[in-house]
Design a protein. Sequence first.
Length: 420
Amino acid sequence: MKHRPFNYLVLFSIALFAAACLTACEDDESSLGISLVDPATLYNGHTATLYPGAAWSATEDSLLTNNYSFAIIGRLTDAVFGKTSATLFTQVALPTETRYLDFDSVVIDSVVLSLVKHQLHPDTSATYRMHIEIKQLAEPVESDKKYYATDELPVDESTLFFDDYVNISYSDSVVRLMLDRSVLPHLTQADSAANFATHFKGLRIRVAEGSDNGMMSIDLSTTATCITVYYHYNFDGEDRSGTYDFLIGGGAAHFNQYTHDYSGTIFAASDSIGGTNRLYMEPLGGHCIHIDFDTAIRAFHSQHPTAVVHHAELRLPLAETPAMLPDRILAYKKVTSDSLGYINDMLDIYNLASYDGTYNADQGYYRLRVTQHLQGMLRQGFDPGMQLLLYSRRHTTSHAIINGTADTTLSPKIVFVYSE
């Protein structure tokens, strides 16, 4: 019997048509609306809660403050945290390597220090009367040196470039201070950046006692925070005017110093207090929270050694709601007894709405995503401990008071979804 030749072209055409039909029946996945869904509900598994075995508040050690984009000055008295002051130490720098203006050929009219206001604290809509004092430093602010919240530099007490009360309003974008003309010899003698840094050590800008109870944060990322020399000169019988800026913002080295007086407060007797009733988070080198779930981690790990964490969040319920809430709380893991490291989840905080350490007003607590961190703790079978810090603690007065560990219904906790 003679067989008909197999037609491979026909078979290929049929297969291609079937594939096209199957493809046409599939809908592309859409992420529309996914941001409205609580991530915890997207996972099938068991839900569990871990409570801290220990938690306490302690002063933050070794807070670096040099060369950040924002600084803060002022004085504040708080019923819980006592008295706090903030002082700015800063270089003054030439805008270029060499000075292009010959000051001997012009008439100087005035010298003005401009401070670009970032925000007023604690009431952003208030007007504060501050007694501002500005003196020259006796030692320079070094660009390659680390400065901490407790550091300070001596001043030349024979100099006083500004010493007066200033009303600073929420509507002010820039605070302008007319400096005493005694500052001129310090500004005009050096004609190169290197010589200028040696000749003019820098400024200490502080708010003296007798001021209103408030602070002002300053934007040091912009060149508009500067010292401006206003001058005029005659050119071919015509009067002309101009300005010359010396930088404070936009690259000049600087650091903040914070001082605390806890007299008459719960912190007066010790740098560390237990967290049974309250846990305290204070900015400007004040207090932070230490918390560990070691007992709970070990117990859960022994019962569920193969657990896979799908979602986990650390919840921090507020004991009190201040007028100005901190923008974000950060969680760090303890690497050694005196060093910290980022928890893995924190590397993704800017991509995780509602789980990036911000406050959830509907629930009344701060939420921090700790999925990767919890999985790591369960993998190793213990908790090295975490330290909780305020994100904007270098230039804000916003604080947080968190519920203590006494009542588990209101205490800090890790809530998570897992499977085995």
